[in-house]
Design a protein around this ligand. Structure first.
Ligand SMILES: C[S@@+](CC[C@H](N)C(=O)[O-])C[C@H]1O[C@@H](n2cnc3c(N)ncnc32)[C@H](O)[C@@H]1O
Length: 365
């Protein structure tokens, strides 16, 4: 395995929030965004929200009684609730600050407008704070697709693809997006979602050959709160989790939604610990069953996570089952890492490091 060099990215680390006060979690997240030069709008809003919580203001009242265990990222839940109001046309004055809604006003003046919107829509925002973060990020497909090619090169069997924490199922369509690698098109060349040279370096396999061999014969996912990519209100919810000043991600989401709306993938409304045992029992020896999960571990309580891990590691039997995981890196060198357990009960091997939303992706083997 090659040495993995450092990437200048890092998540806000809410999973390590421990007993930190709510205001401190907002400040830490704002600091992480500011250091990586991302979302000036959310840097401003999270800092002002932290000041409001210190004063026992309207944001403190919003969160009163709302559970916020470490990893549940309450700051993003508030940002998404406000973004949803903007995108659904319920907060036109605030929209003037949101590039996702065509807004161009400088971020410094945003907070008084946020306070007005919270006062006007207090109950609706509070209800949305109870929802888990649903960032179904198609940029992660560029990471997961490379993992599928790597497994295809290794096993040369048709793949049955299963995702735990699939949200709207956008990454279960990873092979329906286009990947331009050194000028060659992999995946679906007609796809409206294109990734150009997403891997540096690419996996050390013949990726063109693996892409030609890749055959996904079945795909399914589970999520306790699945979203329907063809339903307009769920589309707004999916968009609301994207930072409003990252227009390339908004475009990527719209492209993925157009693919998914044509051919939505079934996502069962179930937790992973309940769904996985039955679907794994249906694994067949002629296929490679690939179970993957991305950026969901921090949202799952420890008992549920232990049950999912136990099911996966017990699954190795007569049928080949591999596990791909894109979750926070175990060291400080990158925000996320892609690991493979092959077979599912084997120790993890790191395949790549990447950003929370996919690119850049540095392949490691
Ligand atoms: C941040 S989203 C990531 C969605 C998708 N995996 C992606 O990377 O685009 C985390 C998802 O995990 C789901 N989730 C939370 N607890 C879960 C559980 N016990 N079993 C399955 N999914 C769960 C949430 O509902 C949410 O859709």
């Amino acid at each position: 395995m090659n040495e993995i060099s450092q990437l200048p990215y890092g998540g806000a680390g809410d999973g390590q929030a421990g007993k930190l006060e709510l205001a401190e979690r907002f400040r830490r997240h704002a600091g992480a965004l500011a250091r990586s030069g991302r979302s000036p709008l959310y840097v401003r809003m999270m800092r002002d929200a932290a000041g409001d919580i210190d004063r026992g203001g309207t944001v403190a009242r919003l969160f009163d009684g709302v559970p916020a265990p470490p990893g549940s990222v309450p700051q993003l839940r508030l940002m998404a609730a406000l973004h949803y109001l903007v995108l659904s046309g319920q907060a036109p004055a605030l929209a003037a600050f949101y590039p996702s809604a065509g807004g161009e006003r400088p971020v410094d003046g945003v907070w008084p407008l946020v306070e007005v919107v919270i006062d006007e829509h207090f109950d609706q925002i509070r209800a949305r704070l109870h929802r888990t973060v649903q960032t179904n990020e198609p940029g992660r497909s560029a990471v997961l697709f490379a993992g599928l090619l790597w497994l295809t090169d290794r096993h040369r069997r048709p793949i049955r693809l299963l995702e735990v924490g699939a949200s709207a199922g956008l990454n279960l369509l990873a092979d329906r997006y286009s990947y331009v690698i050194g000028g060659r098109e992999l995946g679906d060349p007609a796809s409206p979602l294109r990734f150009v040279d997403p891997w540096t370096p690419p996996p050390a396999i013949d990726v063109e050959d693996a892409a030609a061999r890749l055959e996904i014969v079945a795909r399914a996912g589970c999520d306790p709160a699945p979203l329907d990519p063809s339903w307009p209100d769920d589309q707004l919810t999916l968009l609301s989790y994207i930072w409003p000043d990252e227009l390339h991600r908004i475009e990527r989401m719209r492209a993925a939604l157009s693919v998914a709306a044509r051919d939505p993938i079934p996502v069962a409304a179930q937790r992973g610990s309940i769904w996985l045992p039955d679907v794994l029992r249906a694994a067949r020896g002629s296929e490679l069953t690939v179970v993957w999960h991305s950026v969901m571990r921090q949202y799952v309580d420890p008992d549920e996570w232990a049950a999912i891990e136990r099911t996966l590691s017990d699954a190795a039997g007569s049928s080949p089952i591999a596990r791909l995981s894109m979750e926070p890196a175990s060291d400080r060198h990158a925000a996320m890492q892609l690991t493979v357990h092959d077979p599912a009960g084997a120790p993890a091997t790191r395949l790549a490091v990447c950003d929370d939303h996919g690119l850049p992706i540095r392949w490691a083997t």
